[in-house]
Write a protein that binds this ligand. Structure first.
Ligand code: HEC
Length: 231
């Protein structure tokens, strides 16, 4: 939430009448830190989905997903190269969270921003040692486009972002850290084109996919991803 600590978050929540009433109704007490954490944990538990058609398919129920979705799953792990980042390793399929827990520059934002010039500007700020100013810049200015670089100061991390979990992805739009892609179609289009070739820090695993750009491909990918939604 961009707060420096829990007390600041509690103070902001406690100032809102609806939250005061909701905390009273649920916990029978005024807003406080431990209950705020309980509320967030309860919310996050509702986000788990491990009984989707996809999960049943992986567990051995062969007809839990249709043939088109099965072909989509193959694309995900082969030609479309999604597994290069949305899996723990290149060779083992990830059927749980679809992330390598690593950071990559996949070309988001670089079309709109000259990240190299921004990085030079940021270097000065970062070397000033003023952590709060860096945090503010990361959240409130165009420097957010620099991603992990603001933390590590390493050139290779310019415009890198953490690979997100893509479970439930059908209901978590808009997509990418800046919400710049509205639909899954747009996301797949981004990957299929291999965005930002003029971007010197682009991850080597982002390449134009060279798959014939046909709607059937996009539809299958979209469908495959949507199968991880609990229903
Ligand atoms: C080089 C690593 C890499 C490859 C290859 C890759 N991704 Fe990603 N993916 C990422 C990163 C990093 C992000 C987060 C980008 C951001 O937030 O700006 C992301 C974000 C996404 C998102 C948005 C999730 C959200 O909630 O915002 C979707 C959907 C997605 N990827 C699907 C795919 C699919 C499908 C493929 C294959 C066609 C693929 N990815 C290939 C690294 C990769």
């Amino acid at each position: 939430m961009g707060h420096p600590n829990l007390a600041a978050a509690v103070a902001q929540i406690a100032a809102v009448k609806e939250y005061q009433q909701a905390f009273r109704a649920v916990f029978g007490r005024p807003v406080n830190g431990p209950d705020l954490l309980r509320a967030i944990a309860s919310y996050e538990r509702t986000q788990l989905s491990f009984d989707s058609p996809f999960d049943r398919f992986i567990a051995g129920e062969k007809n839990a997903i249709d043939d088109s979705a099965k072909r989509g799953w193959e694309l995900f792990n082969n030609q479309a190269r999604c597994n290069k980042c949305h899996a723990l390793t290149d060779t083992q399929r990830d059927v749980t969270y679809f992330t390598d827990n690593d950071f990559h520059n996949i070309g988001v934002f670089v079309v709109k921003h000259n990240v190299v010039a921004l990085a030079r500007q940021a270097e000065q700020l970062v070397s000033s040692g003023d952590k709060e100013a860096v945090d503010r810049a990361a959240i409130q200015t165009d420097m957010s486009a620099l991603g992990r670089f603001l933390v590590t100061k390493q050139e290779k991390d310019i415009a890198s972002f953490k690979t997100p979990n893509i479970r439930n992805v059908l209901v978590t739009g808009p997509y990418f850290h800046d919400g710049s892609q509205e639909t899954l179609w747009d996301v797949i289009d981004h990957y299929n084109k291999g965005a930002g070739l003029q971007n010197p820090y682009l991850d080597e695993d982002i390449q134009p996919l060279a798959l014939t750009v046909r709607r059937w491909f996009m539809n299958r990918m979209g469908r495959e991803l949507s199968l991880c939604v609990h229903r």
